[in-house]
Design a protein around this ligand. Structure first.
Ligand code: HPA
Length: 299
């Protein structure tokens, strides 16, 4: 066909291709039900209490689970698959610290090109599987001078500077309200529990505001100056959309950043290899902390 017909020229009408990129809110519940049913075929009626999202280099925590069952994301209907090194892409069921858990070993990011409903679909699945507590972790750049490479930071709040929101579009009230409250997006009682777990392990925990950006570039020094003035303590390219959908669905969230590098302009140039390298160095501390947190939750 060499000539466009009239409907193709009408820019006020979204065509089918554009509609496919709109938030999947209208059939989200049905998709989640299909996904949960497929997972249940593999793991039976296990009902995880805690869902974990394990960020760059932090995935190995789920390798230590008892009664472990792992499912590749590629085998789960509607799950997006990541191509990033250091993001394994497995859903892992098991027990840790005496608590039934389900963990995402790896996640997809907005910068990979997925829309936010797709990015956050696995997080919604954790809650739909029964987890009403989510522990969401990430690798982040440290902005605050209270932080150093290797610090672990409890997230007290966030700045959504991703430029989009996963809840945009149709809202299905079966999942949550149109206008979710975000006053305690990171549950204070879970932060307190994490601090209690860290103390006997002599793990120092910082606390601060996480800035979520779209990426995939690291920030410029000028952007870091701006983010510091806005009240940001650490910066990364994940977590914020996931925390939004978790709150939408009524789950309580504990957020932990592993400071893998100091933000741009405050130290050496940044590389993804350095990020995964630091996360590896922090791994054993991180595993002890998470185990301690889960043990405290089991009490
Ligand atoms: N900026 C953004 N995302 C990151 C960083 C950073 O410095 N480190 C790890 N993830």
């Amino acid at each position: 066909m060499t000539q466009l017909d009239e409907t193709q020229l009408d820019e006020t009408q979204p065509n089918e291709t554009q509609l496919n990129h709109q938030p999947a809110g209208e059939n989200l519940v049905e998709q989640l039900d299909e996904t949960v049913a497929a997972i249940r075929q593999r793991v039976g009626d296990r009902k995880p209490r805690v869902g974990l999202v394990l960020g760059s280099g932090l995935g190995p925590f789920a390798d230590h689970f008892d009664d472990r069952v792992a499912i590749d994301y590629g085998e789960i209907p509607h799950f997006p698959v990541s191509g990033i090194v250091g993001h394994a892409g497995r859903l892992v069921f098991g027990r840790a610290g005496g608590v039934d858990c389900v963990a995402m070993q790896g996640r997809v990011h907005y910068y990979e090109g997925h829309d936010l409903p797709t990015v956050t679909f696995p997080t919604r699945t954790l809650v739909r599987l029964g987890a009403d507590i989510l522990i969401i972790t990430n690798a982040a750049g440290g902005i605050s001078d209270q932080l150093e490479v290797g610090s672990l930071m409890l997230i007290s709040d966030h700045l959504n500077l991703v430029g989009a929101n996963p809840l945009r579009g149709f809202n299905d009230e079966r999942l949550g309200p149109r206008f979710p409250d975000m006053t305690e997006a990171y549950a204070p009682e879970l932060r307190e529990l994490a601090r209690r777990a860290a103390e006997p392990l002599a793990i120092e925990l910082a606390e601060g505001v996480y800035v979520g950006l779209a990426g995939p570039t690291y920030e410029t020094p000028a952007e870091i100056t701006m983010l510091r003035r806005l009240g940001g303590d650490a910066v990364g390219m994940s977590t914020v959309p996931e925390v939004i959908v978790a709150n939408h669905m009524g789950a309580r969230v504990l957020g932990i950043s592993c400071i893998t590098n100091m933000a741009a302009g405050t130290g050496p140039e940044l590389s993804h290899d350095d990020v995964t390298e630091t996360a590896k160095l922090v791994e054993s501390t991180f595993v002890s902390l998470l185990t301690g947190i889960l043990q405290n939750l089991a009490k």
